[in-house]
Design a protein around this ligand. Structure first.
Ligand SMILES: Nc1nc2c([nH]c(=O)n2[C@H]2C[C@H](O)[C@@H](COP(=O)(O)OP(=O)(O)OP(=O)(O)O)O2)c(=O)[nH]1
Length: 149
């Protein structure tokens, strides 16, 4: 999809440790702005005018973490225009895997953590509240993919 409206669209990456048998998700802790500092999120950011969502996501992840990714699937939201964030923007989240590089918290984050998909650690992190339903949908979608033929 291509971004062309004047309202900013945010894209986020649910970076998994494996394309076919994922066990971990790469969570990133923001260090700015003050209102979001300390909260965990999906790496990503705003898509630029006339940039595709996928291109914007690859660019943001490279800028923020220094890695190249291969985008897999959209985490399907209840509405077609994505997940509604607390700031009034909408976000599209895609699963992805790293294809080159070692992730590091280069600009927007002060910590990165590979967290198990099955277990309390993922939920124990202090996620941006708007991300919690996205996490639930991600887990359900991965579970569905794992159990369907
Ligand atoms: N990247 C990201 N942003 C999120 C998530 N959840 C959430 O509410 N947001 C909000 C926080 C910000 O207000 C907005 C994303 O803006 P950003 O600051 O990351 O965008 P950007 O990298 O393009 O930064 P900038 O150029 O505007 O400074 O969306 C999430 O999981 N990931």
């Amino acid at each position: 999809m291509q971004h062309s409206s004047s309202r900013p669209i945010v894209v986020g990456a649910a970076i998994l440790d494996s394309a076919h048998q994922p066990t971990k998700l790469l969570a990133a802790r923001r260090k700015a702005p003050k209102s979001l500092a300390g909260f965990w999120e999906f790496p990503g950011g705003k898509v630029e005018e006339h940039e595709s969502f996928e291109a914007g996501l690859c660019r943001e992840v490279y800028e923020e973490l220094g890695v190249e990714i291969a985008i897999q699937d959209l985490v399907v939201a209840p509405a077609q225009d994505g997940w509604r964030l607390d700031n009034g923007m909408n976000m599209h989240v895609y699963t992805a895997v790293i294809t080159a590089g070692q992730p590091a918290p280069l600009i927007e984050h002060d910590r990165l953590e590979w967290v198990g998909l099955n277990g309390s650690q993922l939920h124990a992190l202090e996620w941006i509240p708007a991300d919690r339903p996205i996490l639930e949908a991600l887990l359900q979608q991965l579970e569905h993919a794992r159990t369907s033929p």
